[in-house]
Design a binder for this molecule. Structure first.
Ligand code: ATP
Ligand code: MG
Length: 424
């Protein structure tokens, strides 16, 4: 019998796991500098949460959810994103009773039934943040700059920040009416998909890639020309705060999110080197979401970043993350007595925090040395009967080839000095 991993999923193997850990470690560090705290919600939720929290008329809910009935007959869905769960948890645990705003972040797998291709998988991973219970435009700028800072720390400096405002419950309906009217006037030029979107979700027409639709879209009324005073002020303030941080952005009135509870700021960070799936992270304000899933009027804003896309972006630019693999010391043994003594040394070294390895395949000295080389050992030492009898052995720096004679009983001390200072 032969098994494959399910379509659209990936095994993350060493040494790649080191990159993932590096990204996670940096995320914890940087998010903590911005005073965001980690939240861990379940991998699955009741389906209705996502239907309401993401919206029925979205690709995710219409086509992409992993939904099944559990043995108790409840409809369960593997989480396709993090925001709905975070807001559900915030409401359920009455976090609104505590000091506000609440600033959370998460890292973990998400599941969407999509056609697998470069940068698009069925199990993928996001890291994201949500800041709840403040409508301060400075927080919008903080969230955006936090994402940019993270990318910068990985060496990604040349990504494009697209920015827009999608208005609010007051100004957007008027805009949507205008847009509908315009789209209906130009209906013949739209693709079939967009024709059907005019009534269901006209804002989605704005990000159709079809050439003929594009020619209609370019002259369509712009949401940024139709914002109410308070939304226009908010949008200006966000830009001012981004300017203070020296962050460049491109105002993109076609960047929209189709749902009522998305309000004001919308943004996407794009990497042109990525091809069709070029968005590394995206997010925005969702001041109507808590009302939608919990009848509480609480503003919020967040973003989600695809870790696989981040890795692709690094790859496209030949950026190597500074990850360390390998061992500090490989002990090459000759003979059974030496193996036993070395096994004790190995244990002591590991106990003191040195990454140490030994042969488990009864190999010759030559193949043990090859093995040490393959696992990137920084130092090797050969221990045989002679070395035991004389309490002396040669420790070798594998990179420089330098060798040093040491007392075996002093190996721990020697290692402490060697691994701290690079050369012998
Ligand atoms: P796209 O337009 O690429 O489908 P989206 O609007 O569905 O993206 P969001 O729901 O905003 O994406 O998710 C945030 C980020 O998560 C994306 O910018 C992307 O980096 C990543 N992402 C989304 N779907 C996938 C997927 N199927 N595989 C890998 N990464 C994904
Ligand atoms: Mg998608």
């Amino acid at each position: 019998m032969k098994f494959n991993a399910p379509r659209g999923t990936n095994d993350i193997l060493p040494p790649d796991t080191l990159k993932w850990r590096y990204i996670e470690k940096k995320t914890h560090e940087i998010f903590s500098n911005y005073n965001y705290q980690e939240i861990r919600t379940p991998i699955f939720e009741y389906t209705e949460l996502f239907q309401r929290g993401i919206g029925e008329v979205t690709d995710i809910v219409e086509k992409e959810m992993y939904t099944f009935e559990d043995k108790g007959g409840r409809s369960i869905t593997l989480r396709p994103e993090g925001t709905a769960s975070v807001i559900r948890s915030f409401l359920e645990n009455k976090i609104y009773g505590q000091a506000q705003p609440t600033k959370y972040y998460y890292i973990g797998p998400m599941f969407r039934y999509e056609r697998p291709q470069s940068g698009r998988f069925r199990q993928f991973h996001q890291l994201g943040v949500e800041a709840i219970a403040s409508n301060d435009p400075a927080l919008d700028a903080e969230i955006i700059s936090l994402g940019m800072r993270l990318l910068q720390d990985f060496g990604l400096n040349d990504l494009e920040l697209h920015l827009n405002s999608v208005g609010c419950g007051e100004c957007r309906p008027t805009y949507v009416d205008k847009l509908k009217k315009y789209l209906n006037e130009n209906k013949e030029q739209l693709c079939d998909n967009c024709k059907s979107r005019i009534d269901r979700n006209p804002l989605r027409v704005l990000d159709c890639k079809n050439d003929s639709c594009q020619s209609v879209i370019k002259d369509a009324p712009k949401i940024t020309d139709n914002l109410c005073e308070s939304c226009a002020d908010h949008f200006n303030d966000v830009q001012e705060y981004l300017d203070i941080l020296n962050l460049d952005y491109i105002i993109n009135p076609l960047l929209v999110r189709g749902l009522d509870y998305y309000t004001n700021t919308a943004f996407e960070i794009k990497d042109n080197a990525l091809g069709a799936q070029d968005t590394v992270f995206g997010g925005g304000r969702y001041n109507g979401l808590a009302e939608e899933i919990g009848s509480r009027d609480l503003p919020g804003i967040g973003f989600a970043l695809g870790i696989e896309r981040l890795l692709l972006s690094l790859e496209a630019k030949d950026i190597e993350l500074p990850v360390e693999s390998g061992v500090d010391l490989y002990i090459t043994v000759i003979g059974e007595q030496a193996k036993k003594e070395s096994f004790k040394l190995l244990d002591q070294l590991r106990n003191k925090g040195f990454r140490t390895e030994i042969d488990y395949l009864g190999r010759s000295v030559g193949s043990q040395m090859k093995s040490a080389d393959r696992m990137n050992a920084e130092y090797t030492i050969i221990i045989g009967e002679n070395e035991l009898n004389n309490n002396s052995a040669t420790i070798r720096n594998m990179k420089s080839g330098d060798e040093k004679e040491i007392q075996l009983s002093n190996l721990l001390e020697e290692m402490k000095q060697l691994v701290d200072k690079e050369d012998i």
